[in-house]
Design a protein around this ligand. Structure first.
Ligand SMILES: Cc1ncc(COP(=O)(O)O)c(C=O)c1O
Length: 408
């Protein structure tokens, strides 16, 4: 029972990976810039807000707290489209025999490109947000999408996928089983898998997806240098499902802010804590979390790490934290009912866990040792990523208004 109530943490230390660590070539500056330029070619493109919360920072005893609000991303309420759209664009470009520098999103949606390539069906597995992003991008490109979701998926998240015209199927299995099913169906029917995780023989598309996610980090660094001239983030909290987003953001920051990149804390739910288990094992290979992965943080309910992401997190992250669902619920409420005259942020279950964890570290007895170990104090500049808004509105209200959620 202790496991349900307290946070668990592994702090391997920055030097744990030794001096041989290096970032993968697919996260080179040039590759990340290409992805950012592609995103800028969308009519919907705008930087999402980097929101400063000075009153909350004061209450928590840190210097500055900045939250990147991804609920504004392309009107889709989550960051995921940055990866899916870039990977789908790169795939089409490859089919055309052209490079990504030569094309923008409008070119790829043109009648002429559709005639050249013909009909494509994109298939994926999702807890909701990635599937919605694939479905949206497919519709924009005039192509088809088929999406598999794990059992227990939120009806609102399923409906949001179907609204784009995609087929959505809820399977009788968990997220990792949905991934395997989409790969099998794609093989049988000649469809194209757009998955946000990698496995043996399937690495190109997930590496494009990770390149796409670096746009969040590029925007955040630029925005932070504008709102706090001369300062950099000292600490970053990143939530992980398969780890692609966390590794893309951390990899980008480790490259751009080297050698003093921020102290980085990876956070996951207890019931899907594969990165925490991997770090705890001390092995170089990633370890899986098993079972039905039940948590309110649906976007983080993944048991098998993306091996490309794990290598970056293993070598560059400073701490791996596993936490109960109430930590995310606390973060949602703190952002919904802000301190002082701080602005409000609508942050969903998987979006708010970073802020929830920061409050646990700064205000609760169980987090105090981490506060010391990670050197978080009144001079710290903390960066969190609210990766989704209220993607399941009913659940959001149950948690924020009524203070209840399924206990796991
Ligand atoms: C809102 C949200 N935040 C974070 C994540 C975690 O991203 P990743 O699976 O790349 O670790 C997801 C994944 O679906 C998500 O939907």
């Amino acid at each position: 029972m202790q496991k349900e109530r307290s946070i668990l943490a592994v702090v391997p230390g920055r030097q744990a990976a030794g001096s041989t660590k290096s970032l993968p070539a697919f996260l080179s500056s040039a590759a990340c810039q290409r992805a950012h330029a592609f995103h800028q070619s969308f009519a919907q493109y705008q930087e999402t807000p980097l929101v400063s919360l000075p009153a909350l920072a004061r209450e928590l005893g840190v210097g500055h707290l900045l939250v990147k609000d991804e609920s504004y991303r392309f009107g889709l309420n989550a960051f995921k489209v940055l990866g899916a759209a870039y990977a789908m664009g790169s795939y089409l470009c490859e089919r055309l025999g052209r490079s990504m520098e030569e094309v923008d999103f409008d070119t790829l949606r043109s009648e002429e490109v559709r005639r050249q390539i013909g009909a494509v069906t994109f298939v994926t597995a999702t807890d909701g947000n990635h599937g919605r992003a694939v479905a949206w991008a497919a519709a924009q490109l005039g192509q088809q999408a088929v999406v598999y979701l794990p059992k227990g998926s939120s009806p609102q998240r399923v409906a949001a996928i179907r609204e784009t015209g995609a087929d959505a199927h809820v399977i009788n299995g968990n997220y990792d089983e949905a991934v395997r099913l989409s790969e099998k169906v794609a093989r049988e029917r000649g469809w194209q898998v757009i998955q946000d995780t990698a496995w043996d023989g399937y690495t190109t598309i997930p590496s494009w997806i990770m390149q796409g996610y670096t746009t969040i980090a590029a925007e955040a660094i630029r925005q932070l240098s504008e709102s706090l001239p001369g300062r950099r983030p000292t600490h970053v909290l990143l939530q992980a499902g398969v780890g692609s987003m966390a590794a893309a953001v951390l990899g980008y920051m480790a490259d751009q802010l080297a050698p003093d990149y921020p102290v980085t804390i990876i956070v996951e739910p207890h019931n899907a804590n594969c990165m925490y288990l991997s770090a705890k094992s001390g092995e170089r290979e990633a370890q899986a979390a098993t079972g039905d992965l039940q948590t309110i943080m649906a976007g983080l309910a993944c048991g098998e790490p993306n091996p490309l992401a794990w290598e970056i997190l293993r070598d560059y992250a400073d701490a791996f934290v596993s936490c109960p669902d109430h930590v995310a619920a606390t973060g949602m409420r703190m952002l919904a009912a802000p301190a002082g005259s701080d602005p409000k942020i609508v942050s969903g279950e998987s979006g708010a866990v970073g802020v929830g964890l920061l409050s646990t570290i700064m205000q609760k007895e169980e987090g105090r040792w981490l506060q010391k170990q990670l050197g978080i104090n009144e001079d710290s500049v903390i960066l969190c990523f609210s990766t989704e808004g209220d993607t399941d509105q009913e659940q959001y209200r149950r948690i924020v208004w009524e203070g209840i959620w399924p206990s796991v």
